[in-house]
Design a protein around this ligand. Structure first.
Ligand SMILES: Cc1ncc(COP(=O)(O)O)c(C=O)c1O
Length: 389
């Protein structure tokens, strides 16, 4: 009996995507210089990066990286448990635990891996995993892989989450939410979610990929800003590749949680440790993010500037007070057209289309960084108005 050809099926799916104008295109960035990128030989002012504090090219990070690479070489050479765990990792874990007010922290090679690892270690078949409808793909994938029953509640709606809990009483449960939603920029109602989880005897897991470095007085993130401690949010995950400008991620929580993850998180156990030089660069980044408060102050001033400038030009905004300031377009083709129009005017702002966002919710995901100036923000606002005309 002949079998369907998998590569032909993949090509067919690709053709369907192209037909719907939803094809993704990999583009090479030839140079990066502060908020500018060079693509296809053209220098563009980028509003697309997650380098919210402007640390990715900071001299102290470069120095820490090169000094550690001189000492260790490049690769960690092994998984954490098999000789890959170096003192640079250990120091960073202590620093992250201290910053977030948790007993311990554990590094992962990416945020995707951290969420797969923690959900896989905690959940089993028959357990309940509640997820906000707009959670990041890796939280969804982590729950799927774990075998738990996943239910999704209406975005940021605690009453909807409560109803979902009530359909499955008496089973172990975990509620996972982005702290800051990656495509909308709004913040989860963390205090309400923590109270609900306490009432329901469920574990709360917050993915603060976009909150760390950005929110809270010392940048410890959305959970710290909400005044929630380790008892309220027992599982705190955040990435190192956004405001901290490097790459990787960590999970922070009680010593019991971290000890359990070391034993059971497969994406920690069966993968090569993050290069130690990256851990050293991240330590420098955490120092700057914690103590150079002016970067956060400047970022939030730019966000306010963007929002008042957009309002005065009649542009629709989503309710976000974070550096993620999407411009909702709706139709995918129109979003792509607007992005291309902006590019011809010298701005790089990619369109975000389904399936990353729901059908009819295509947008330009504008992100702001402490590297931008108010005049850059003004220029982009004017360009958007002209491009839409
Ligand atoms: C909310 C959220 N969680 C997790 C991730 C994944 O992190 P990483 O890029 O480190 O894999 C991202 C983005 O990439 C994200 O936006």
């Amino acid at each position: 009996m002949s079998r369907p050809d998998l590569l032909a099926r993949l090509s067919q799916a690709q053709a369907e995507r192209a037909e719907a104008d939803l094809l993704r295109r990999l583009r090479s960035v030839e140079a990066a210089d502060g908020p500018y990128v060079v693509i296809g030989g053209r220098r563009l002012l980028s509003f697309a990066s997650n380098d919210y504090l402007g640390l990715a090219q900071h001299p102290r990070l470069r120095e820490a990286l090169t000094a550690a690479a001189q000492r260790w070489g490049v690769g960690a050479t092994a998984a954490h448990l098999l000789g890959g765990h170096r003192d640079a990792h250990e120091a960073l874990e202590h620093q992250l635990a201290c910053w977030t007010g948790r007993e311990r922290a554990l590094l992962f090679s990416s945020g995707y891996m951290a969420n797969l690892g923690v959900l896989g270690a905690l959940l089993r078949e028959g357990d309940l995993c509640l997820q906000d409808r707009l959670n990041h793909a890796c939280l969804i994938d982590g729950a799927r892989l774990s075998g738990a029953t996943m239910k999704r509640y209406v975005h940021n709606d605690t009453a909807s989450a409560r109803r979902q809990f009530e359909t499955a009483q008496g089973v172990p449960a975990l509620l996972a939410s982005d702290g800051v939603f990656s495509m909308d920029g709004d913040i989860a109602p963390l205090r309400e979610l923590a109270a609900l989880c306490r009432e329901q005897g469920a574990l709360l897991h917050v993915d603060d990929a976009h909150g760390i470095g950005v929110l809270g007085t010392d940048g410890a993130g959305s959970v710290a800003e909400a005044g929630l401690d380790q008892n309220d949010v027992p599982v705190l995950m955040a990435t190192l590749g956004k405001a901290l400008g490097v790459c990787g991620a960590f999970v922070a929580g009680s010593a019991a949680l971290i000890d359990g993850l070391v034993q059971f998180a497969r994406t920690h156990m069966y993968t090569t440790a993050l290069p130690p030089a990256l851990a050293a660069a991240t330590s420098a980044a955490v120092d700057i993010a914690r103590f150079e408060t002016w970067r956060r102050v400047r970022l939030h001033a730019l966000i306010a500037h963007w929002r008042s400038g957009a309002r005065s030009r009649g542009l629709d905004l989503l309710p976000s007070r974070t550096p993620i300031q999407p411009l909702l377009v709706g139709d995918s083709t129109a979003a792509l057209r607007l992005s291309r129009e902006l590019e011809t005017r010298g701005y790089y702002v990619p369109a975000i289309r389904p399936p990353t966002v729901a059908a009819g919710k295509a947008r330009l995901r504008v992100t702001l960084s402490a590297l931008h100036s108010e005049s850059m923000v003004e220029q982009l606002l004017d360009a958007v108005v002209q491009a839409r005309a």
